[in-house]
Write a protein that binds this ligand. Structure first.
Ligand SMILES: *[C@@H]1O[C@H](CO)[C@@H](O)[C@H](O)[C@H]1NC(C)=O
Ligand SMILES: *[C@@H]1O[C@H](CO)[C@@H](O)[C@H](O)[C@H]1NC(C)=O
Ligand SMILES: *[C@@H]1O[C@H](CO)[C@@H](O)[C@H](O)[C@H]1NC(C)=O
Ligand SMILES: *[C@@H]1O[C@H](CO)[C@@H](O)[C@H](O)[C@H]1NC(C)=O
Ligand SMILES: *[C@@H]1O[C@H](CO)[C@@H](O)[C@H](O)[C@H]1NC(C)=O
Ligand SMILES: *[C@@H]1O[C@H](CO)[C@@H](O)[C@H](O)[C@H]1NC(C)=O
Ligand SMILES: *[C@@H]1O[C@H](CO)[C@@H](O)[C@H](O)[C@H]1NC(C)=O
Ligand SMILES: *[C@@H]1O[C@H](CO)[C@@H](O)[C@H](O)[C@H]1NC(C)=O
Ligand SMILES: *[C@@H]1O[C@H](CO)[C@@H](O)[C@H](O)[C@H]1NC(C)=O
Ligand SMILES: *[C@@H]1O[C@H](CO)[C@@H](O)[C@H](O)[C@H]1NC(C)=O
Ligand SMILES: *[C@@H]1O[C@H](CO)[C@@H](O)[C@H](O)[C@H]1NC(C)=O
Ligand SMILES: *[C@@H]1O[C@H](CO)[C@@H](O)[C@H](O)[C@H]1NC(C)=O
Length: 847
């Protein structure tokens, strides 16, 4: 089942429309209307966005039942040439380099050698002029010249001068060129033996600003016949192996080139990202096919059809858009031709990630606000996209293909990239997994256990298998601890905690002390380490220390769950000491927020302040002050920035990570700043849902709401799915407090605009079902069905009375508290908590 993703304006209207007070509807499967996951592994394109060149019947690739044909006339590959003995000189030449055993040169002579696979490359990036001078032993008559350049080194502005025997004369001039083949017609025929090209501007590309001239031809050369191409839209971000059913083709092995992209803005002649772009350099950014003349099915597979270097493809892709072109790389010659015809009867995707069918949802959520509901299921799908089998040729090629993970199901960071399971990301994607598809907990524990097995002697735990478990992140060993507790808490797998208890002790009792500053007792980061965003902040940083407190608190709970009570109290004690030290050394009273790092007195981070509130490092006064400060200084139309100024990195105050925003959002819910939590959710997730590719949530957001690392940015990142646990934990109000929900809290935030919510979660004891609604007169009703073996602590706002199953158990007008069914009534600030509500079906009414 699919719903259209809404454009910004429509989404806003919908959000406003949903405010009306509606009663809890009776249909308990209506949550299914929000599910956006594909319901089958075989995914066909949703629409043809465009086609150009000689293409017929493109529509059948959506409708089926015919054959689409791409045709391209033969290219004239007889090119004009200079008289023999001609030489070329240049103002600068890039040095030769060697890639995969092949040495390439970039000399000026490459521009007149008649070889389209070689080019002259200047050696002065972004500096001008770049000058190429051709000298012929005899005079030639020219009506113009043609400059053929590499697509990543197109001269945009240049002049062509000819030597008249005594001086140079400008014979042609070009500005604003963007074509790889650029004709420079002369106003009159020129007889000369020297031609000079003076480049004063090149087109900018992601590879830099260079002049890369493949050939300078002594004549005007016509354009090649247009490349036929079809742009397909799969309707939403997807991941897997593309399959093409070819129905035949010309007998000259026509070449097909495929360019993939998650977004339209980065759909060009090359993919927005390829595995090749991360080091497995077998393709120049497109996947190639040498099409046979007889019908067959082609499956995108990582590797090369010829000589380990020709007609290569990446294999798996994460994308929404696909451009199919009939064309050939010169370097694939003679195995593919850039002309002929190709017949295609279907294009489809073998979706390899977790298939979120309606029945696979072990947990679900629904409330009276349709926009929030959609975010929940968008987040679920984003997370599904990052759950996949760990295969050598689909994981990050940067030394990640660990033998101990091969063949196991894992939870990656992103679908398109990096495709390595990072434990910091799991701090969020793990929770999303437990709450949407509990069977994904296997993928989580596969990663947690593997990383524990790769702990170093220092007690440090690697963040992921990348660099053969050698990427030095500082924060991720702490996330291994918090993620381990989350795993045990949500699944009840205490056995895991017992198995890796020694590793837990090593992290906290060996590694942490080794990176602790003796004077303050706070963690201090050296330049040996990076973090989740490769931020260059060192020394004593609030974020690492607040996270350290969270790790100690999680470890204390793991210790209790495994009967290591003395560790539990030692770690709990250390958490309190570190909390005090953070308050003593990192609080900035001048603004009322925690500093980002102790050496910069101007910057305050969302990550550190958020976790300081969640962990209780910040008391109620400081928490409110810090959250108000962040709301005031970091709010953007697309979320809250992760830093309040640019002193750490350029654009830092315009960068939004849904990853760290989750800490901010949680902090707001936990401190009863419910409206500001929802406001942040609506800005952040509303922005992503309304932007291309829709549905899936991005790795990071940059200036003006763009993809923060341009084309490289992953548009489906598990660490950005925090909206899902936030809605379940705080809006529905369901959170486990002891392993496997043996004990759990029911504590809805009862947001003003939301009149009802309901949801279900799987536990090892069976399903917990919870629903609540509020009436116009303010009465709040919670209904709960809990399986045998579990106990609930149910909190409601303090009004005039609280009833449990029809019996008044607390009343403002009487100090008597009726004991009912062993339930103890506690008052905590504005809340009344019924401690110890037994399994079974219960109704709690607060009025
Ligand atoms: C209620 O919802 C409307 C529409 O989404 C929004 O403008 C308003 O700020 C919300 N109010 C609160 C208190 O959340
Ligand atoms: C309940 O909602 C689902 C999803 O919207 C719908 O398919 C189904 O027909 C509804 N059932 C009833 C009884 O209305
Ligand atoms: C397109 O290709 C077909 C053959 O597939 C040919 O008959 C037709 O003339 C071509 N159209 C153009 C405009 O070149
Ligand atoms: C191919 O190009 C060459 C040189 O540019 C030209 O001399 C020749 O006439 C062209 N052939 C055709 C068939 O157009
Ligand atoms: C070159 O510029 C023209 C005009 O702005 C545009 O239509 C065309 O798509 C551009 N071509 C390339 C290859 O960027
Ligand atoms: C250049 O010379 C060619 C013949 O070599 C002729 O066809 C053409 O018209 C001349 N161009 C000009 C601009 O005189
Ligand atoms: C190249 O062009 C620039 C800009 O017009 C000019 O300043 C420079 O003198 C030219 N260089 C040569 C060698 O012609
Ligand atoms: C889809 O890809 C998976 C993983 O490579 C493979 O096991 C499966 O057979 C493929 N399914 C189809 C229908 O090709
Ligand atoms: C561990 O258990 C003890 C005894 O029940 C309790 O006092 C303590 O608060 C627990 N610690 C944590 C972190 O839950
Ligand atoms: C902890 O101790 C309790 C009580 O003796 C026991 O039931 C439980 O199995 C122990 N847990 C572990 C993980 O050893
Ligand atoms: C929080 O801590 C600060 C600094 O110690 C103190 O001034 C403030 O009163 C505390 N607030 C609460 C609610 O304890
Ligand atoms: C408030 O409204 C609810 C639902 O309409 C109703 O059941 C309840 O009796 C009302 N309570 C009071 C105190 O009016």
């Amino acid at each position: 089942m699919k719903t259209q993703s809404l454009t910004g304006a429509a989404a806003l209207l919908l959000a406003q429309a949903s405010v009306a007070f509606a009663a809890l509807p009776s249909n308990k499967t209506s949550w299914q209307q929000y599910v956006v996951s594909p319901q089958s592994r075989n995914i066909v394109p949703a629409s043809i966005l465009s086609h150009s060149g000689n293409v017929s019947n493109a529509d059948v690739l959506v409708s089926g039942g015919g054959v689409a044909r791409l045709t391209r006339a033969e290219l004239n590959t007889t090119y004009p040439s200079w008289p023999s003995g001609t030489n070329a000189k240049a103002s600068s030449e890039a040095a030769p380099n060697t890639d995969g055993g092949v040495t390439r040169t970039y000399n000026a002579s490459n521009a007149i050698d008649g070889n389209l696979n070689t080019f002259w490359n200047d050696n002065t990036e972004g500096q001008y002029p770049d000058i190429l001078t051709i000298t012929s032993p005899s005079k030639v008559v020219l009506d113009g010249v043609t400059l053929e350049s590499s697509s990543d080194g197109v001269p945009e502005s240049f002049t062509v001068e000819t030597w008249d025997g005594s001086s140079w004369t400008q014979s042609g001039s070009i500005t604003g060129n963007n074509a790889t083949r650029c004709r420079v017609p002369f106003s009159q025929n020129v007889t000369t033996d020297q031609v000079r090209v003076n480049v004063t501007q090149d087109q900018e590309t992601s590879k830099g600003v260079y002049t890369r001239i493949t050939e300078l031809w002594p004549a005007l050369v016509a354009d090649d016949p247009a490349v036929p191409e079809i742009v397909l839209d799969f309707g939403q971000n997807v991941v897997g192996f593309l399959e093409i059913d070819f129905a035949g083709g010309s007998t000259n092995t026509p070449g097909i080139k495929l360019a993939f992209s998650e977004t339209l803005v980065y759909l060009t002649d090359v993919s927005d990202f390829t595995r090749s772009g991360n080091g497995d350099a077998i393709t120049p950014g497109t996947d190639q096919i040498a099409v046979k003349s007889t019908p067959y099915k082609w499956t995108d597979t990582n590797g090369c059809a010829y000589n380990d270097s020709q007609v290569c493809a990446d294999g798996l892709h994460g994308f929404r858009y696909l451009k199919i072109s009939l064309d050939a790389l010169d370097s694939d010659s003679p195995h593919t031709s850039p002309s002929g015809f190709v017949d295609i009867s279907s294009v489809s995707l073998n979706f390899t990630a977790y298939l979120g069918t309606l029945s696979s949802y072990s947990g679900w959520f629904e409330c009276s606000d349709e926009q929030l509901n959609q975010f929940w299921y968008d987040a679920a799908y984003t997370n599904e996209m990052v759950v996949d089998d760990f295969l050598a040729d689909t994981v990050d090629p940067r030394d990640s293909a660990s033998p101990t993970l091969l063949g196991k199901t894992v939870i990656y960071d992103g679908a398109k990239r990096d495709r390595d399971p990072y434990v910091g990301d799991i701090a969020i994607s793990g929770r999303t997994a437990y709450l949407s598809h509990e069977d994904v907990s296997t993928a989580v524990v596969n990663v947690l256990a593997d990383l524990a097995e790769h702990q170093s002697d220092s007690g440090w735990i690697p963040p992921a298998s990348i660099n053969n478990y050698g990427l030095h992140l500082f924060d991720y060993p702490l996330y291994w601890v918090t993620s381990s507790w989350d795993y045990v808490l949500y699944t009840g797998d205490v056995e895991y905690a017992t198995t890796y208890y020694l590793e837990l002790q090593n992290v906290l009792n060996t590694w942490c002390p080794s990176v602790t500053d003796d004077t303050t007792g706070l963690l201090t980061k050296s330049k040996y380490y990076h973090d989740y965003a490769f931020l260059e902040r060192y020394g004593i940083v609030t974020y690492y220390n607040a996270l350290y407190v969270q790790a100690l608190q999680s470890a204390a709970k793991l210790a209790n769950a495994t009967n290591h009570t003395s560790d539990a109290s030692a770690w709990q004690q250390r958490a309190a000491t570190v909390s005090q030290a953070i308050n003593d050394h990192l609080w900035d009273a001048s603004v009322g927020a925690y500093l980002d790092d102790s050496t910069d007195t101007t910057r305050h981070g969302q990550d550190g302040n958020g976790i300081a509130v969640i962990t209780g490092v910040a008391n109620a006064t400081r928490a409110q002050s810090a959250l108000d400060y962040l709301a005031d200084k970091t709010a953007l139309p697309y979320g809250n920035a992760f830093m309040d100024n640019d002193s750490l990195l350029a654009g830092g105050s315009e960068r939004v990570y849904a990853f760290t925003s989750y800490f901010d959002i949680q902090a707001r819910f936990l401190t009863s700043n419910v409206d500001s939590a929802l406001d942040e959710i609506r800005r952040l997730y509303g922005w992503m849902a309304a932007s291309d590719p829709g549905i899936t949530f991005w790795e990071g957001i940059g200036t003006n709401g763009s993809a923060y690392e341009d084309a490289y940015t992953s548009k489906a990142h598990g660490w950005s799915t925090g909206v899902l646990p936030a809605l379940t934990n705080y809006v529905l109000g369901l959170t486990p407090t002891e392993p496997g929900y043996q004990r759990f809290a029911v504590n809805p935030a009862f947001p003003q605009n939301i009149t009802w919510a309901r949801g279900q979660e799987a536990t090892p004891y069976g399903d917990v079902y919870l629903e609540w609604s509020t009436a116009d007169n303010g009465t709040a009703t919670i209904s709960l069905t809990a399986p045998k073996g579990t106990v609930a602590d149910v909190s409601v706002p303090k009004k005039s009375s609280v009833e449990l199953d029809g019996t008044v158990v607390w009343s403002a007008s009487s100090s008597d508290q009726t004991q009912s069914d062993g339930v103890e009534v506690q008052q905590n600030g504005d809340l009344i908590t019924l401690v110890g509500v037994s399994a079974g079906q219960h109704t709690v009414v607060a009025k």
